[in-house]
Design a binder for this molecule. Structure first.
Ligand SMILES: [Zn+2]
Length: 380
């Protein structure tokens, strides 16, 4: 589908939209319609309900068991989906004024987006909690993906807001800031000279999309928890890569809901969705050895050929896996903060397990475990 705006108009609109994302007022509006106050005081497990998850865009008019008009009780963004700002973003653009102090500093940081010491926590503060949407939009622009794939900027904006809001902000670790951090790390890897000279635009699009969506709708508990509590997602995915399958399906659902790729031929779209799944599924740490031995075998035989698309895909899988667990390799000040966050999430799971009389998972006991043993345990 051809866009209704020319490139200059699209780009001006895109910039305005990103300004809108940076507006404190926008954050305030969202918090008013969100679930934060309803969630307060309870843990994700107590209200996690993925049953509304379907690949097709669900109706926004359905009534939840809690009586509120939304299609997924946990999905804050489903209300956003029917907000006037998304249905008619141009109507708000004239009201949009950039906060020069913060946006200027955020823009300044983006000049060094390829640096390994990029402080994603600072960037998140400077963008009013919109680090994932802002960073991903910046990378799409930097690589010229909007033009190359003839993307509609309104749909792109809608998609980026949807994915950002589908991360659970109350998760200490698996939230949108982690996704933004992984996306930034992925960008660093994609910039590696040997790799960057071989990548196609499709590889880049998938690499960024996979990084941004790889933990979508993460409930803040791990797979073994879902299995031992007989969560329906564990049954749905037959106890195999339960979370990763859910992240992938959620990403596909949001891609379709936003209609971001709907102008592409069906085969291309399906191919992109499958490859996206293959990348996200590679982040399953329990299948680590599978990928490592495959990669090691290529290195041993010295037959890795980046002109071969299957080989490039394997390298992208490895890059995403590395980006996902790169926290300990970041500068100490950043690494230390991530350690605290992942520990807090593990302990929260342990607290729920104790509360429900379940066996406490390894490294999840706040009375027995410590930050150092969790870091060395590499559970996640
Ligand atoms: Zn992750």
């Amino acid at each position: 589908m051809k866009s209704f705006l020319n490139r200059t108009d699209q780009w001006a609109l895109f910039l305005n939209i990103m300004c809108l994302l940076l507006l404190p007022g926008d954050v305030r509006v969202r918090s008013q319609v969100g679930f934060e106050s309803e969630r307060r005081g309870s843990h994700p497990y107590l209200y996690v309900d993925f049953r509304g998850l379907v690949l097709a865009a669900p109706s926004t008019e359905s009534v939840s068991p809690w009586g509120c008009r939304c299609c997924r009780p946990l999905s804050f963004q489903r209300r956003l989906a029917v907000s006037p700002s998304l249905l008619c973003p141009s109507s708000r653009l004239t009201l949009c004024f950039l906060d020069d102090d913060y946006a200027g500093q955020a823009k300044c940081m983006l000049r060094k987006v390829g640096s390994w010491d990029f402080d994603i926590f600072l960037f998140d503060r400077l963008t009013n909690g919109n680090s994932l949407a802002t960073l991903t939009a910046h990378l799409f622009n930097q690589y010229g993906l909007i033009e190359l794939f003839q993307l509609d900027v309104i749909k792109l904006y809608r998609f980026l807001v949807l994915i950002q809001e589908d991360y659970h902000s109350h998760n200490p670790y698996h939230n949108a800031v982690h996704a933004a951090d992984v996306t930034q790390a992925m960008y660093c890897y994609l910039q590696e000279p040997q790799l960057s000279s071989s990548l196609t635009s499709c590889d880049i699009l998938l690499g960024i999309l996979a990084a941004a969506t790889h933990d979508l709708d993460h409930p803040g508990v791990n797979q073994s928890f879902l299995i031992k509590t007989n969560h329906h997602l564990a049954s749905l995915y037959q106890n195999t890569s339960v979370l990763e399958n859910h992240h992938w399906r959620s990403a596909v659902g949001l891609l379709r809901q936003a209609g971001l790729l709907e102008h592409l031929p069906v085969e291309d779209r399906q191919n992109l969705e499958m490859r996206l799944g293959s990348l996200i599924l590679a982040t399953d740490i329990s299948r680590q050895n599978e990928y490592l031995s495959q990669f090691r075998s290529h290195l041993d035989q010295d037959d890795l050929n980046l002109q071969n698309s299957a080989h490039r895909h394997l390298v992208l899988q490895m890059a995403l896996k590395c980006a996902d667990i790169c926290n300990p390799c970041r500068p100490w000040e950043l690494s230390k903060q991530w350690s605290g966050k992942v520990t807090e999430e593990f302990f929260n799971q342990g607290d729920i397990e104790k509360k429900h009389g379940l066996e406490v998972s390894p490294l999840c006991d706040r009375q027995l475990d410590t930050v150092p043993n969790i870091q060395t345990g590499k559970m996640y």
